[in-house]
Design a protein around this ligand. Structure first.
Ligand code: NDP
Length: 300
């Protein structure tokens, strides 16, 4: 058996197209342009690339992008004052602080400072609580992207056995909540789970969010299962030349593809969906603030 390769890059392009169409409509009908503010503290090269990509894609779908670059030694009070200003700014519908931040700053306190209605990363405890209690929430972008890929592939998820490997606040927990909301029977596996291969083998849906290169192999997978690989791991790639590296997921793609029904590649699977969902969340936040119709299929 050779699994279908789920093309997250193509699906993310489709999602961005839907977002652009909805943005154009609300601009024309309500005269409102959604706006996303991204804060970057320090000069981490990977973060600079992420922030640049986010800014470019925000503009491409017709939204306003506001970038705030602060020096690495910015005191917490200065950062909080900026967040307060953005919370109060009616042109800003989404606020994101790029993590990691320098060690003297607390990610938890930064997230707590952001207005939950503008928390497009879905990390505020208010949004975690709303999600857990089945109410309208801002949902963390990566799990939302995984959910969209699963719905697109499988249609209804009702009654399916889902195993989420990983229990982080960023991915594993919100992913499990979303699958539960779609009426899956959900198991969360983690580093203390016993017989993890057997647990995963019962799953119709596997979401891997662990951070361990190629941990999940084909012999863990139920034939025909749908496998979503969130992991991004950089490994040495001497075959590409001395000192070269490459990205792999938490799933051993080749052996899993021999058993699964469908699997996402790394790169080109979940990754592109994350930024698309950030844009979707900004649009949703804008629509909720102004009482406008929300984009169909782009929320949980
Ligand atoms: P965390 O490190 O916060 O969480 C990892 C989870 O995996 C923990 O719950 C941990 O269990 C569990 N775990 C670790 N080792 C094992 C093991 N041997 N067996 C079973 N479970 C294990 O990571 P994140 O959730 O933030 O990210 C996970 C991966 O997803 C990373 O590779 C990250 O780079 C990637 N990622 C990708 C994104 C994308 O856009 N595609 C976005 C966000 C993350 P325990 O709690 O018991 O320690």
């Amino acid at each position: 058996m050779s699994a279908d390769r789920i093309d997250g890059k193509a699906f993310a392009a489709k999602v961005r197209g839907q977002i652009a169409a909805h943005v154009a409509r609300i601009k024309a009908e309500a005269g409102i342009t959604p706006g996303l503010a991204v804060i970057l503290v320090g000069e981490d090269p990977a973060s600079q690339v992420y922030v640049r990509n986010k800014g470019e894609q925000t503009l491409e779908v017709g939204m306003n992008s506001y970038e705030h670059k602060l020096p690495a030694d910015t005191p917490a009070e200065v950062l909080y004052a900026l967040i307060d200003k953005l919370n109060a700014d009616p042109a800003v519908h989404g606020i994101l602080c790029q993590f990691p931040v320098p060690a003297h700053l607390s990610e938890t306190e930064i997230v707590a400072r952001i207005d939950p209605a503008k928390d497009v990363d879905g990390l505020h405890v208010v949004n975690a609580g709303l999600l857990a209690s089945g109410q309208k929430a801002m949902v963390s972008c990566t799990p939302l992207g995984c959910l969209m890929l699963l719905r697109d592939r499988l249609g209804s998820l009702s009654g399916l056995n889902a195993v989420v490997v990983g229990r982080s606040n960023l991915v594993g927990k919100p992913m499990a909540q979303l699958l539960l909301r779609d009426s899956c029977t959900v198991t969360i596996a983690h580093s203390r789970t016993k017989d993890i291969a057997e647990v995963v083998k019962r799953a119709d849906i596997v979401v891997a969010a662990v951070g361990r290169p190629r941990m999940i192999t084909g012999d863990w997978i139920k034939p025909g299962a749908t496998v979503i690989d969130v992991g991004i791991n950089r490994i040495d790639a001497p075959e590409r030349g001395e000192g070269k590296t490459r990205l792999v997921g938490d799933v051993d793609y080749d052996s899993v593809a021999e058993v699964a029904g469908a699997v996402t590649p790394v790169p080109g699977g979940v990754g592109p969906m994350t930024i698309a969902c950030l844009l979707a969340n900004t649009l949703t936040a804008c629509c909720r603030t102004h009482g406008l119709e929300e984009p169909e299929g782009l929320t949980a």
